[in-house]
Design a protein around this ligand. Sequence first.
Ligand SMILES: C[S@@+](CC[C@H](N)C(=O)[O-])C[C@H]1O[C@@H](n2cnc3c(N)ncnc32)[C@H](O)[C@@H]1O
Length: 331
Amino acid sequence: MPSYSLEEAISTIRDQYFALVPARLLRLPPPPTLASSAGQAHLARLLLDERRFPQPEDGYRRLFWRSMLRELESGLRDLEGEADDLDLEIDERFYELLAGLMIADIPLGSMAEAAALQLGHHILRNRAQLDITTLMGTISSSGRSRGRILELGAGTGFLSCLLVQQGHEVTATDLGEVLGGGVPPLDRLRHNVALNKLDGQIRVESLDWMDAARGLSERPDIWDSILTNPPDTIIAADVIYDPDLIPPLVCTLSTLLSSPTTSTIPRQAIIAATVRNAQTLSLFTQCCSESGLEVVDIELPPLDPEQPTFWDSGLDVSVPVRIMRIVHRGT
Ligand SMILES: C[S@@+](CC[C@H](N)C(=O)[O-])C[C@H]1O[C@@H](n2cnc3c(N)ncnc32)[C@H](O)[C@@H]1O
């Protein structure tokens, strides 16, 4: 390929990058062309200069560079042994950039989106496996709610917004205050719910898991109100990341799943966990077991990267997510 057309091909990648074209849809030159020394040099010159070009948000950049490195590595394998490029390697700067983006994502960045988006996908496509149809019982066409759902650590409120649009009665909760100041998660949650014009439809409440272990009279009033009329299903995405938060989170689940009710519908929690650290996850399941909670992985069909539910770069099917059902052994 003449050098001008190689440069043009790489310019096209730059245009797609700044237009946030989803990584899986990128039009790229053949991998060996991309991985050639000239290809890598153009790529570095046209895309790496952060001072000259304002960069897309980190979540998109992470998916983009992960996909580019896959292409570069495959191109390098194809070029192996070719006389022109005997000592060819992948420019370290691409790896350093991706490593920086991965670190910036842990624990509260775009990996958080993977668990919520994957659970959102299954809520839309595999409702029966999640058992939320059966649990909801009544039919929405009768004008009655199909069931009460409470989301813990709702963050952006994405799942709560999705569930309310599916006809559920939803309470979205998060921390009302943060140590050391800053915008409380609850304010951001409220803001997002209002942006989606759902503020009249979703109940947004401050609920701190740390309060679960307190005596009844010491807990804020919201606990009393929730426990008087407990939710059928508790939902949470990406809430298992900090070992110190696991005991209060499990205590919250246990309190919500075991409180007395007149309803005959068995209560459950559905937790989507991004698998970052196997030890943290096993600490969670052990803590659940010690608190009388049974944890079962829900069998769900794998996500199809070619047919994404959310046409968005955030649904990264390669991020491992465990979706668990939790019930109280006594129920
Ligand atoms: C990694 S984020 C996940 C947010 C959202 N569920 C998602 O998947 O995008 C963890 C959430 O847990 C909330 N959280 C952390 N500690 C909490 C606590 N003690 N009580 C209630 N929520 C808490 C955070 O404010 C944050 O919204």
